[in-house]
Ligand binder design. Sequence first.
Ligand code: ZN
Length: 287
Amino acid sequence: MAGDFVFRESGGVTYLEVEPFQKTGLARCVFSTRKGGVSKGPYASLNLSTDVGDDLEAVKENRRRYIESAGLNEVIHMQPHQVHGANVIRPRMPFVPLNPGEAPEGAEQAAKRVWLTVGEADSIVTIDTGVVLHIMVADCVPVFLLDPVNGVVAVAHAGWRGVLQSIVPHTIASMENWFDTENDKVMVALGPSIGQCCYQVDKEVIDPLRMVYPFVEQFAKPDGPDHWRLDLRGLIRHSLEDFGVRPESIFVSEHCTACDQENFFSHRASGGKTGRMAASIMLTETE
Ligand SMILES: [Zn+2]
Protein backbone atom coordinates (compact mmCIF):
# COMPACT_ATOMS: atom_id res chain seq x y z
CA MET A 1 0.00 0.00 0.00
CA ALA A 2 1.14 3.51 -0.77
CA GLY A 3 0.72 4.56 2.88
CA ASP A 4 3.26 2.00 4.06
CA PHE A 5 6.14 3.81 2.32
CA VAL A 6 6.17 7.49 3.22
CA PHE A 7 8.35 10.19 1.69
CA ARG A 8 10.20 12.33 4.22
CA GLU A 9 12.56 15.25 3.72
CA SER A 10 15.30 16.33 6.10
CA GLY A 11 18.33 18.53 5.51
CA GLY A 12 17.58 18.62 1.78
CA VAL A 13 17.62 14.81 1.49
CA THR A 14 14.47 12.91 0.55
CA TYR A 15 14.01 9.32 1.68
CA LEU A 16 11.20 6.83 2.22
CA GLU A 17 10.30 5.48 5.62
CA VAL A 18 8.81 1.97 5.90
CA GLU A 19 6.02 2.84 8.32
CA PRO A 20 4.87 -0.63 9.48
CA PHE A 21 8.43 -1.39 10.65
CA GLN A 22 8.80 2.04 12.24
CA LYS A 23 5.59 1.51 14.19
CA THR A 24 7.00 -1.55 15.96
CA GLY A 25 9.54 0.73 17.67
CA LEU A 26 12.14 -1.99 17.09
CA ALA A 27 13.82 -0.91 13.87
CA ARG A 28 14.61 1.97 11.55
CA CYS A 29 13.91 0.99 7.99
CA VAL A 30 14.48 3.50 5.18
CA PHE A 31 15.09 3.74 1.45
CA SER A 32 17.03 6.58 -0.14
CA THR A 33 15.91 8.51 -3.21
CA ARG A 34 18.17 10.31 -5.69
CA LYS A 35 17.40 13.72 -4.18
CA GLY A 36 19.69 15.80 -1.98
CA GLY A 37 23.22 14.74 -2.94
CA VAL A 38 26.21 16.30 -4.70
CA SER A 39 26.88 13.84 -7.54
CA LYS A 40 26.67 15.04 -11.12
CA GLY A 41 25.45 13.78 -14.50
CA PRO A 42 23.96 10.27 -14.51
CA TYR A 43 24.67 9.97 -10.76
CA ALA A 44 22.75 13.13 -9.82
CA SER A 45 22.49 13.53 -7.15
CA LEU A 46 22.35 11.17 -4.15
CA ASN A 47 24.27 8.17 -5.53
CA LEU A 48 25.36 5.96 -2.62
CA SER A 49 27.43 3.35 -4.50
CA THR A 50 31.19 3.41 -4.94
CA ASP A 51 30.98 0.74 -7.67
CA VAL A 52 29.31 2.62 -10.53
CA GLY A 53 32.02 5.04 -11.68
CA ASP A 54 30.99 8.07 -9.64
CA ASP A 55 33.45 10.38 -7.88
CA LEU A 56 34.33 8.76 -4.54
CA GLU A 57 34.44 12.02 -2.61
CA ALA A 58 30.94 12.81 -3.84
CA VAL A 59 29.68 9.38 -2.71
CA LYS A 60 31.27 9.91 0.70
CA GLU A 61 29.47 13.22 1.08
CA ASN A 62 26.20 11.68 -0.16
CA ARG A 63 26.46 8.88 2.40
CA ARG A 64 27.08 11.41 5.18
CA ARG A 65 24.02 13.42 4.13
CA TYR A 66 21.81 10.36 3.84
CA ILE A 67 22.89 8.84 7.17
CA GLU A 68 22.46 12.07 9.10
CA SER A 69 19.20 13.13 7.42
CA ALA A 70 17.54 9.73 7.77
CA GLY A 71 18.71 9.35 11.39
CA LEU A 72 20.93 6.33 10.78
CA ASN A 73 23.52 7.78 13.10
CA GLU A 74 25.55 4.71 13.93
CA VAL A 75 29.30 4.30 13.65
CA ILE A 76 29.26 1.01 11.76
CA HIS A 77 27.65 0.60 8.35
CA MET A 78 27.86 -2.65 6.39
CA GLN A 79 26.93 -3.78 2.91
CA PRO A 80 27.70 -7.02 1.13
CA HIS A 81 29.40 -7.17 -2.26
CA GLN A 82 26.30 -8.05 -4.31
CA VAL A 83 26.58 -10.80 -6.92
CA HIS A 84 22.94 -11.65 -7.93
CA GLY A 85 23.11 -14.86 -5.91
CA ALA A 86 21.28 -16.27 -2.90
CA ASN A 87 24.03 -16.21 -0.29
CA VAL A 88 23.01 -14.81 3.10
CA ILE A 89 25.61 -13.50 5.52
CA ARG A 90 25.62 -12.64 9.18
CA PRO A 91 28.73 -10.52 9.69
CA ARG A 92 30.19 -10.27 13.15
CA MET A 93 30.68 -6.82 14.56
CA PRO A 94 34.17 -5.83 13.44
CA PHE A 95 35.14 -4.01 16.60
CA VAL A 96 34.78 -4.49 20.33
CA PRO A 97 31.22 -3.22 20.90
CA LEU A 98 31.03 0.14 22.56
CA ASN A 99 29.36 0.41 25.92
CA PRO A 100 26.33 2.70 25.70
CA GLY A 101 28.03 5.42 27.74
CA GLU A 102 31.11 5.29 25.51
CA ALA A 103 29.34 5.66 22.19
CA PRO A 104 30.68 8.76 20.48
CA GLU A 105 28.22 11.44 19.43
CA GLY A 106 28.07 14.34 17.02
CA ALA A 107 31.29 15.26 15.27
CA GLU A 108 33.25 12.59 17.09
CA GLN A 109 30.85 9.95 15.88
CA ALA A 110 30.97 11.24 12.29
CA ALA A 111 34.78 11.09 12.35
CA LYS A 112 34.74 7.44 13.47
CA ARG A 113 32.05 6.30 11.05
CA VAL A 114 32.97 3.40 8.80
CA TRP A 115 31.14 1.90 5.82
CA LEU A 116 32.36 -1.64 5.21
CA THR A 117 31.83 -4.11 2.38
CA VAL A 118 31.60 -7.50 4.07
CA GLY A 119 31.74 -10.58 1.84
CA GLU A 120 29.93 -11.69 -1.31
CA ALA A 121 26.22 -12.01 -0.71
CA ASP A 122 22.86 -10.51 -1.60
CA SER A 123 21.36 -10.66 1.84
CA ILE A 124 22.68 -9.53 5.21
CA VAL A 125 21.30 -10.26 8.67
CA THR A 126 22.03 -9.04 12.20
CA ILE A 127 20.80 -9.12 15.80
CA ASP A 128 23.28 -6.44 16.83
CA THR A 129 22.34 -2.88 17.63
CA GLY A 130 24.80 -0.17 16.62
CA VAL A 131 25.13 -1.36 13.05
CA VAL A 132 23.24 -0.28 9.93
CA LEU A 133 22.84 -2.79 7.09
CA HIS A 134 22.59 -1.57 3.50
CA ILE A 135 21.80 -3.05 0.09
CA MET A 136 22.29 -1.09 -3.15
CA VAL A 137 19.61 -1.12 -5.85
CA ALA A 138 18.34 0.64 -8.98
CA ASP A 139 15.31 -1.38 -10.28
CA CYS A 140 15.94 -4.66 -8.40
CA VAL A 141 13.62 -5.24 -5.44
CA PRO A 142 14.98 -4.19 -2.04
CA VAL A 143 13.56 -6.54 0.59
CA PHE A 144 13.43 -5.53 4.25
CA LEU A 145 12.85 -8.16 6.95
CA LEU A 146 12.09 -7.83 10.64
CA ASP A 147 11.51 -10.57 13.20
CA PRO A 148 9.87 -8.55 15.99
CA VAL A 149 9.83 -11.54 18.36
CA ASN A 150 13.55 -12.29 18.39
CA GLY A 151 14.87 -8.88 17.36
CA VAL A 152 16.41 -9.79 14.01
CA VAL A 153 16.70 -7.56 10.94
CA ALA A 154 17.83 -8.27 7.40
CA VAL A 155 17.90 -6.63 4.01
CA ALA A 156 18.16 -8.43 0.68
CA HIS A 157 18.70 -7.59 -2.99
CA ALA A 158 16.22 -9.43 -5.23
CA GLY A 159 16.53 -9.13 -8.96
CA TRP A 160 15.11 -11.90 -11.14
CA ARG A 161 18.28 -13.97 -10.69
CA GLY A 162 18.02 -13.71 -6.92
CA VAL A 163 14.33 -14.55 -7.04
CA LEU A 164 15.13 -17.58 -9.22
CA GLN A 165 17.47 -18.72 -6.43
CA SER A 166 14.87 -17.98 -3.71
CA ILE A 167 16.92 -15.27 -2.03
CA VAL A 168 14.06 -14.12 0.22
CA PRO A 169 12.97 -17.53 1.58
CA HIS A 170 16.70 -18.32 2.04
CA THR A 171 17.02 -15.20 4.14
CA ILE A 172 14.11 -16.23 6.36
CA ALA A 173 15.47 -19.78 6.62
CA SER A 174 18.84 -18.36 7.70
CA MET A 175 17.12 -16.18 10.31
CA GLU A 176 15.36 -19.31 11.55
CA ASN A 177 18.61 -21.33 11.72
CA TRP A 178 20.53 -18.64 13.52
CA PHE A 179 17.91 -16.90 15.65
CA ASP A 180 14.72 -19.05 15.76
CA THR A 181 12.71 -16.74 13.51
CA GLU A 182 9.30 -18.21 12.66
CA ASN A 183 7.92 -17.74 9.15
CA ASP A 184 4.50 -16.66 10.38
CA LYS A 185 5.95 -13.97 12.63
CA VAL A 186 8.32 -12.25 10.23
CA MET A 187 7.48 -8.90 8.60
CA VAL A 188 8.61 -8.29 5.02
CA ALA A 189 8.60 -5.07 2.99
CA LEU A 190 9.30 -4.90 -0.76
CA GLY A 191 10.57 -1.44 -1.62
CA PRO A 192 10.58 0.76 -4.73
CA SER A 193 11.72 -1.17 -7.81
CA ILE A 194 10.87 -1.55 -11.46
CA GLY A 195 7.14 -2.19 -11.87
CA GLN A 196 5.27 -4.46 -14.24
CA CYS A 197 4.52 -1.31 -16.28
CA CYS A 198 8.20 -1.07 -17.31
CA TYR A 199 9.81 -4.47 -16.77
CA GLN A 200 9.79 -6.27 -20.10
CA VAL A 201 11.58 -9.63 -20.10
CA ASP A 202 12.15 -12.44 -22.62
CA LYS A 203 12.31 -16.24 -22.57
CA GLU A 204 15.73 -16.21 -20.94
CA VAL A 205 14.06 -14.85 -17.83
CA ILE A 206 10.62 -16.49 -17.94
CA ASP A 207 11.72 -20.04 -18.81
CA PRO A 208 13.96 -20.59 -15.79
CA LEU A 209 11.48 -18.79 -13.50
CA ARG A 210 8.73 -21.12 -14.73
CA MET A 211 10.77 -24.12 -13.58
CA VAL A 212 10.87 -22.80 -10.02
CA TYR A 213 7.53 -20.96 -9.92
CA PRO A 214 4.90 -22.84 -11.96
CA PHE A 215 2.51 -19.94 -11.24
CA VAL A 216 4.78 -17.32 -12.84
CA GLU A 217 2.22 -16.70 -15.65
CA GLN A 218 0.00 -15.00 -13.05
CA PHE A 219 2.67 -12.32 -12.80
CA ALA A 220 3.79 -12.16 -16.44
CA LYS A 221 1.59 -10.35 -18.97
CA PRO A 222 2.27 -11.34 -22.60
CA ASP A 223 3.92 -8.39 -24.38
CA GLY A 224 4.59 -9.47 -27.96
CA PRO A 225 6.27 -12.63 -29.29
CA ASP A 226 8.40 -14.26 -26.57
CA HIS A 227 8.15 -11.19 -24.39
CA TRP A 228 6.36 -10.54 -21.12
CA ARG A 229 5.97 -7.79 -18.57
CA LEU A 230 6.98 -9.23 -15.23
CA ASP A 231 5.59 -8.23 -11.85
CA LEU A 232 8.60 -9.27 -9.79
CA ARG A 233 7.20 -7.87 -6.54
CA GLY A 234 3.98 -9.84 -7.04
CA LEU A 235 5.98 -13.00 -7.68
CA ILE A 236 8.02 -12.47 -4.50
CA ARG A 237 4.86 -11.80 -2.47
CA HIS A 238 3.23 -15.00 -3.73
CA SER A 239 6.35 -17.07 -3.00
CA LEU A 240 6.51 -15.65 0.53
CA GLU A 241 2.88 -16.53 1.21
CA ASP A 242 3.62 -20.07 -0.01
CA PHE A 243 6.54 -20.09 2.42
CA GLY A 244 4.28 -19.33 5.36
CA VAL A 245 4.63 -15.57 5.73
CA ARG A 246 1.28 -14.05 6.66
CA PRO A 247 -0.24 -11.93 3.85
CA GLU A 248 -0.93 -9.09 6.30
CA SER A 249 2.78 -9.03 7.25
CA ILE A 250 3.92 -8.34 3.68
CA PHE A 251 4.09 -4.68 2.63
CA VAL A 252 4.62 -3.86 -1.03
CA SER A 253 5.65 -0.49 -2.44
CA GLU A 254 3.83 0.60 -5.60
CA HIS A 255 6.60 2.98 -6.67
CA CYS A 256 8.14 2.17 -10.06
CA THR A 257 11.76 3.27 -10.29
CA ALA A 258 11.63 3.47 -14.10
CA CYS A 259 8.44 5.59 -14.18
CA ASP A 260 9.61 7.97 -11.47
CA GLN A 261 13.09 9.09 -12.43
CA GLU A 262 12.67 12.32 -10.57
CA ASN A 263 12.85 10.42 -7.29
CA PHE A 264 14.68 7.22 -8.22
CA PHE A 265 17.63 5.84 -10.16
CA SER A 266 16.63 3.26 -12.76
CA HIS A 267 19.22 1.01 -14.35
CA ARG A 268 16.91 0.11 -17.22
CA ALA A 269 15.41 3.54 -17.90
CA SER A 270 18.87 5.17 -17.85
CA GLY A 271 20.42 2.67 -20.25
CA GLY A 272 22.72 1.30 -17.54
CA LYS A 273 24.83 4.24 -16.41
CA THR A 274 23.28 5.55 -13.23
CA GLY A 275 23.54 5.72 -9.44
CA ARG A 276 22.25 3.41 -6.74
CA MET A 277 19.85 3.88 -3.86
CA ALA A 278 20.32 2.28 -0.48
CA ALA A 279 17.83 0.07 1.34
CA SER A 280 18.86 0.42 4.96
CA ILE A 281 17.80 -1.23 8.20
CA MET A 282 18.94 -1.18 11.80
CA LEU A 283 17.68 -2.31 15.17
CA THR A 284 16.92 0.52 17.55
CA GLU A 285 18.15 0.46 21.12
CA THR A 286 15.41 -0.70 23.45
CA GLU A 287 15.63 -0.70 27.21
ZN1 ZN B 1 6.93 1.85 -14.57
